[in-house]
Design a protein around this ligand. Sequence first.
Ligand SMILES: [Zn+2]
Length: 108
Amino acid sequence: MADLLREGAAMTDMACPACASPLFRLKNGTLWCAKDEKKVVVLKEGEELAKVTGSMALDAMEATLLAKINDLQNRMQNEQNVDELQKLSAALSGLLENLEKLRKVKQT
Ligand SMILES: [Zn+2]
């Protein structure tokens, strides 16, 4: 960490999505997690969605989303109440949107 500061890196108020340590901005603009020793990419539009290069955090997130989508689909199949169905389908479309975003992040 001291080395990073000596090299002109600045501590930011952002936290690493994988380990929650403060992130550093290197002189070339790269965000860096000193703890993981990885480059971190934060998306402008989805502030919450951040990427640690080569991270398993994204895979875990994707697995969680897929499990929830699966769960919602099962619930929708058995749900007769229209109000409930609407809630479930709104939740489902939110999850699918997140999944899509996540997959875009993974491709970059
Ligand atoms: Zn980290």
